[in-house]
Design a binder for this molecule. Sequence first.
Ligand SMILES: O=P(O)(O)OC[C@@]1(O)O[C@H](CO)[C@@H](O)[C@@H]1O
Length: 512
Amino acid sequence: MMILPQNLRYSFSLDNTPFPPCKCDKEGSFSSESLKTRVPFIVQKIITTVKNHSSSSSSSATSNPEKVQEAQNVIIKELEQLINEMSDPSATLSLLKEEGDTIGDIKQCNEILTQYNFTDKTWVETPFIIWETYLYRRVGGIFARSKYWSDFDYFFDQKLETFISASQSVSILAKQTLADDIATLKTSTSTNADDSENFAGVLKGSLWGNQNDLSMFPDFDGDDFNQMQEKRQQSEASSAIASKAQSIVDGQDDDDDDNDEKKDTNDKVQTALATKILEDHSPQIWQYLKNNVKNGRIDIVLDNAGYELYMDLLLANWLTTHGYAKVVYFHCKRIPWYVSDVCKPDFYWILNDSPSQYRQQRQNMVAEGGIEALEVLTQKWKTYLENGTWKLEDDLFWTGLLPFHYLPENANQLWTEELTKSDLVIFKGDLNFRKLTHDLSWDPSVPFADAIGPLASKSIFAPPIVSLRTTKADTVVNVDSDIYKALDDSEPGWLTSGSYSTILFSNPRSDN
Ligand SMILES: O=P(O)(O)OC[C@@]1(O)O[C@H](CO)[C@@H](O)[C@@H]1O
């Protein structure tokens, strides 16, 4: 493990980080491909979506079709301009247009762009996390400044596809969850041992739900939920991994002196490759919950809508029903974000509309009794929202340009009034992980708590933090060097395939 010196842990600044930020300067890298093809494709798809919507959801739209059309043309022009800038090697990040931008954080965004001279940097020179976030914020501004399109979610239809097409899985899980709920209510015989296994199950369900991220599959058409899983498997060289693991095992007799050490290494590598969880802190999280949290406050910083959100709701449901959470705060995005991130309407859609959508579209593709179970569950979740057991918030910090190292100083209210009062803050997904770790080219063995800097600091009352992430970008921390090397040697593209994951925990409130 590489431990960072204290002074480097806490003194982050955008232009002074302990490791270099991930950028697009390496030909063929994920970030460089993102700038060249993946992200422009996403913007192009927004243009198509806008063209296909002759009117927006705005109520004034129908009475003013010409104005709507005019506004549509302006939006398309600005989006095309954005695509051109991304491919222009001399273009720098321009300031966001302020006039008419109603999102609420335009001044702060432009201050950051100016303060760190991003307006003098080309896209290639700008850290990946900054330009990519800037891109989604700029698209948000283009719509927000348009009178007739300001409430239009250009990703909405795509977002629900993963939920609709996962009807089998959703309905089976609804039935199982309902059965567990009833059993828990009827008896108080559930023991901590049962809880431990059940908790690991819902936690890992929420973890793997993160594979369903449409910014990595912008052409996903929703016909088949398995299509996305299959695509992931195509990028896995499973046999290569198996043979690598085998060669490590075979090599264990080579040198008798190092036998025990080698066996430990082999076991560790094999377990990681078999479970696909490269570092798993779930036992520590469970110990913390069991011993410290009863009727507590849990926060979940959400990632993707649709199927992933459903898995997060099942996790929250379990924590609530089993008495660990008295209140769960869900944090979602204010504006459409990284294609499939949850906004408030996506959350309400699952609670209000998903059972009827299944009735209309998927009658024959759900488990028997599954829709009824989903109805009961979603009804219960609506009651949770109504009576304040669950709360849904969309602070603008989550769609701001800054990594989370700057959260305590830059989102004071969110930090002091909300997150520091939490017993556990669960950050979902890859983007949240990148923002937690500043998206640097870390030495992979740097501990999670070191990489998140101030968010692991006792002195500012940082809460216990969990990151549940399937790996879809180049940044990795808290992964054993042997495991990292085994994958790097055997499986090109493993870092960004989403096939591997980490469950990481930092607890600044513990005495250790
Ligand atoms: O946060 P999520 O949904 O898990 O992932 C978002 C994501 O697809 O966007 C980035 C590039 O756009 C990737 O690094 C990352 O995986």
